[in-house]
Design a protein around this ligand. Structure first.
Ligand SMILES: [Mg+2]
Length: 311
């Protein structure tokens, strides 16, 4: 570089708030030495690098090894928290058997084998329509069932998105719509910005016709959801079940901000540590770079937690 380099704007990592931390330097003592620890992790962009084709997302091997170890430690509960539906997430992430799973941005909660999700207050709250869920779901196993109102909204969304099929045929682009129990997600990753913007505009226009539909924006996705649950709802449900003294949450997307906010609200009863992955704005108190940094951090946590719980 020439002398001009002195007047160049600072590198992105210098201007971030909070600044980027080296995963080798993050103080993990409050987590490793907690009486009861909840480790809650987003999947896409955190455990798994983002992919143009979301069906190709996989947990990095080093992170898979770390969470497998974390899941076996005493007084330590692992949970995955994702916008994906639970069935898809289980297929892609192949989580340890004891892991609790929050899917569909908090609308689906699976507390794992031997756990009765429906019998808890948390599961009912997670439906987003507490009384309706209870009334329409006398069978305990149906606590996560879609209500009639939600069913009607999903049908309206499907009709609306069907119009895009005609457009994609005419314009010759690959329309990727993911169907989830509580939502439909339109993927725009890899598309020309103009096309992605006009697609998004059409997708969200359904909101003007039907109240009760929530638009969730993420990395190259626009999602239409019929449940008002958020990842914050999911964190609340996990904490109500696990009663941890400390909780870690790692997330990379806008939707993870609800989880960070929930952790902050639980202080001081729960020592919450929120870590943003990537460079997007956040209210988390710490930030690391990417899924590789996540793997380093989780490996350290597995080591330090194992040492503490064995002593
Ligand atoms: Mg993510």
């Amino acid at each position: 570089m020439t002398s001009d380099s002195t007047s160049m704007p600072p590198a992105v990592s210098d201007s971030l708030t909070p600044p980027l931390s080296d995963p080798a330097d993050v103080d993990l003592h409050p987590l490793a030495e907690a009486d009861d620890l909840l480790v809650a992790l987003d999947f896409d962009g955190v455990l798994a690098p983002l992919q143009d084709d979301p069906s190709l997302s996989r947990v990095l091997p080093a992170s898979a090894e770390a969470i497998a170890r974390i899941a076996t430690l005493p007084n330590t509960q692992l949970a995955l928290v994702s916008g994906r539906d639970v069935a898809t997430l289980r297929g892609l992430a192949d989580p340890p058997a004891s892991a609790m799973i929050v899917g569909s941005h908090g609308a689906e909660i699976d507390l794992g084998p031997g756990q009765d999700a429906s019998g808890t207050e948390s599961a009912a709250t997670a439906s987003g329509t507490e009384s309706a869920a209870t009334a329409s779901a006398p069978d305990p196993t149906e606590a996560n069932a879609v209500t009639n109102d939600e069913e009607e909204l999903l049908a309206a969304i499907d009709d609306h998105l069907a119009e895009l099929t005609t457009l994609s045929d005419r314009e010759g682009f690959d329309l990727r719509i993911e169907r989830k129990p509580y939502s439909r997600t339109v993927h725009t990753r890899g598309m020309a910005p103009g096309l992605a913007a006009s697609l998004r505009e059409h997708v969200v226009s359904v909101q003007a016709e039907h109240g009760g539909i929530r638009v969730i924006e993420g990395h190259d996705i626009t999602e239409l959801a019929v449940s008002q649950a958020t990842k914050g709802t999911g964190i609340r449900a996990l904490v109500a079940e696990v009663h941890p003294t400390a909780a870690l949450y790692l997330g990379d997307d806008i939707t993870d901000e609800d989880a960070f906010a929930e952790l902050a609200e639980m202080r001081p009863e729960v020592t919450g540590v929120g870590i943003k992955v990537g460079s997007a704005p956040t209210q988390a108190e710490l930030r690391i770079a990417d899924p590789d940094a996540v793997a380093t951090l989780l490996t350290r946590l597995a080591d330090e937690r194992a040492e503490f719980t064995a002593s």
